[in-house]
Design a protein around this ligand. Structure first.
Ligand code: THU
Length: 144
């Protein structure tokens, strides 16, 4: 991925951040995913009065992409108030649609992004290949 592409993706994440709905935490986040087909989808965090119903910007961006038919990602950029990296839930959800080489660009409101790979932030990711049939042995009721 070229520096220009990376910069464009971070710019889209910054733009999405301006639409964050974060009245409870005040922590506005924007994200943008780049698909293998070159399309970019943005997302922001959307909070809820039932705090646990909040969704992170990264998952909003990713789910928007999936809903538009994208199934494979090249990169994700996230912009947070302090350059914080994606949470564990989002790393797991990203691993559903990307391999360990996924580029993860993490930035603050201004300045350059730090670039990581998904495999660095989520080593030994658990995924569909780990979902092997237990042959019924694992689900037996106690005493049953
Ligand atoms: N948040 C994100 O959108 N992405 C992250 O990776 C970390 C946290 C949001 C969720 C919530 O709206 C706020 O930041 C504080 O946790």
């Amino acid at each position: 991925m070229s520096p220009d592409q990376l910069e464009a993706l971070v710019a889209r994440a910054r733009e999405a951040r301006s639409r964050a709905y974060a009245p409870y935490s005040g922590y506005a986040v924007g994200a943008a995913v780049l698909g293998v087909d070159g399309r970019i989808f943005g997302g922001c965090n959307v909070e809820n009065a039932l705090y646990g119903a909040t969704v992170c910007a990264e998952r909003v961006a990713l789910w928007t992409a999936v809903a538009a038919g994208l199934r494979e990602l090249t990169a994700l950029a996230v912009v947070t108030p302090n350059g914080g990296a994606p949470c564990g839930f989002c790393r797991q959800v990203l691993a559903e649609f990307a391999g360990p080489d996924l580029v993860l660009a993490v930035a603050g409101p201004e300045g350059a992004a730090r670039v990581h790979r998904l495999g660095e932030l989520l080593p030994l990711a658990w995924g569909r290949d780990d979902l092997v049939s237990g042959g019924g042995g694992g689900g037996a009721p106690p005493g049953g």
